[in-house]
Write a protein that binds this ligand. Structure first.
Ligand code: FAD
Length: 478
């Protein structure tokens, strides 16, 4: 049974609806400056980067500075039976931070310190509100890097990306966030604090609770400290763009590059709709007739990179690339990446609403998935631009629409259902990197079946029996 939130009395104060007793207690705990209740503050925390999601006002936003304060906030949430929505920068794309049952938005942005860089053990220990890029800036002088690099690397937090298990452009060679998280400190739903994992390279003690919390989207605990694995930064890289007039040729190129045992750091695809939209937006001389562009970057030791770049170029030629541009300087490299960086902003300016999906298939199925996306676009009379991480099968079909147009949105919803149906039929998964949140919760049973879903529910209920942590997300009741 859900706890009865309705018994809380909502009072109007300073133009905002607040729950007086809990807010008084929060102010006693955190001070007035860290308890936000104005309408503007509530609105700013009522949505995230996800389109086509409801926007709900929380009762209050809190901005604690310490783990001890978070423990006390959780105890208050239990006392008043009110939910907590943990929030980093709010850039997630699955409706993961929307406060659907009112309650407390817990902003982690003040816990943003680097606690330790251990260059000997190749680890860094950080607080969850740290922006990812700041970690990379701090470890660069040691010749190290933290590979997960979502497109939002300069705004998203470590905590948010751990809770989403974010990926990024380097996922093909370097993997995703779960491959780099070695230890966590977590405040549980009852206010207890657990530490899981640690700094050791090997650790097979008991259940792998670290992995359980990575990707748990704020539904199982509140992450208050993160120990991440670092790796030596590559000394050299080579970037190229290959243009194809035929999608199958581009797909065969992806297959052959990997088949030849070259694993690029990045292997991205842009389809024709995306190429045309980017060119219209940026005027950078992209070939608008091309069916696909591949952007490829190999990195590592210089001699190896030069050899691998040669192999990749050869494979592109053999598969009938119309044009191959190899960057000779950093400026040329930046130029090649402009098209990829501009993909989402360019698509987003075409229509008022951009529904960005995350369907992922085995990479051999990329041509089937792209063809299916074209058919879906035609069937529902929608514009879908597709770009993404072709090398790891993670595509971002992006539907350009208008949330105000009810009839079109009905077609969008049907198209999204079909996109996930096809991805699963092709042996894929609902999410390669954006998580489930609210946006994809309804599809979970398609992938896991009833029994699998039940296992997830049991985990949720064992750790958060009152559904206080981020309700409505993954298997949490809304
Ligand atoms: C333009 C754009 C490009 C993007 N590109 C990529 C990409 O390439 N790859 C990719 O994977 N994603 C991408 N994303 C999605 C998003 O940026 C990532 O998921 C990001 O890591 C989220 O971080 P955040 O700090 O914004 O988290 P938020 O959005 O604030 O939160 C995300 C989830 O984590 C939970 N959470 C936050 N902090 C904690 C904590 N301390 N403890 C427990 N739970 C917590 C929240 O409750 C929520 O469920 C992109 C988004 C946009 C808008």
């Amino acid at each position: 049974m859900l706890p009865p939130f309705w018994f809380l009395s909502y009072l109007e104060r300073e133009g905002s609806f607040v729950v007086k007793p809990i807010i008084d207690d929060l102010i006693k705990l955190l001070g007035k400056d860290n308890v936000l209740t104005t309408r503007e503050d509530l609105i700013c925390h009522s949505f995230d980067a996800t389109a086509d999601m409801p926007s709900e006002l929380p009762d209050v936003v809190v901005t604690p500075h310490t783990k001890e304060q978070i423990v006390e906030i959780v105890k208050l949430a239990n006392k008043y039976m009110t939910p907590i929505y943990t929030r980093g920068s709010g850039t997630n794309l699955s409706g993961g931070t929307i406060p659907i049952n009112k309650g407390i938005v817990l902003s982690m942005l003040n816990l943003n310190k680097i606690l330790e860089i251990d260059a000997e053990n190749l680890t860094a220990t950080v607080q969850p509100g740290l922006v990812i890029q700041r970690l990379n800036d701090a470890v660069a002088p040691y010749g190290l890097m933290y590979p997960p690099d979502p497109g939002t690397v300069t705004t998203a937090t470590m905590g948010g990306s751990v809770a989403e298990c974010s990926g990024g452009l380097r996922g093909l060679k370097y993997g995703v966030t779960k491959h780099y998280i070695m230890g966590l400190e977590v405040v549980m739903a009852d206010g207890s604090v657990v530490r899981v994992g640690g700094k050791t390279v090997k650790n097979v003690t008991g259940y792998d609770l670290t992995k359980l919390f990575v990707g748990s989207e704020g539904t199982l605990g509140i992450i208050t400290e993160i120990t991440a694995k670092l790796i030596p930064a590559p000394e050299y890289r080579k970037t190229m763009m290959a243009v194809f007039s035929d999608l199958d040729k581009a797909a065969n190129t992806i297959r052959d590059i990997i088949g030849n045992k070259v694993i690029p750091a990045t292997l991205e695809i842009l389809d024709n709709v995306t190429i045309r939209t980017v060119e219209n937006f940026m005027k950078i001389g992209l070939p608008v007739q091309a069916e696909a562009i591949l952007l490829i970057e190999v990195d590592g030791i210089k001699e190896v990179v030069l050899k691998e770049a040669e192999i990749v170029e050869e494979i592109c030629k053999k598969n009938g690339a119309d044009e191959i541009k190899v960057a000779q300087t950093d400026a040329e490299r930046d130029g090649l990446w402009t098209a990829r960086r501009a993909a989402l902003p360019a698509l987003a300016q075409v229509k008022p609403t951009t529904v960005l999906e995350d369907a992922t298939v085995p990479r051999s199925k990329i041509p089937d998935m792209i063809k299916a996306l074209r058919e879906i676009a035609k069937k529902y009379n929608l514009t879908i631009g597709t770009f993404g991480h072709a090398g790891d099968g993670n595509l971002h079909p992006t539907i350009l629409t208008n949330a105000e147009d009810k009839e079109e949105m009905e077609r969008v919803h049907k198209a999204v259902d079909e996109i996930f149906e096809v991805a699963l039929k092709l042996g894929g998964t609902l999410s390669g990197e954006h998580g489930i949140g609210m946006a994809k919760a309804k599809y979970l049973e398609w992938e896991f079946g009833k029994a699998g879903l039940e296992v997830m529910r049991k985990i949720k209920e064992a750790l958060d029996p009152n559904y206080l942590l981020n309700p409505g997300k993954i298997v949490g009741r809304g």
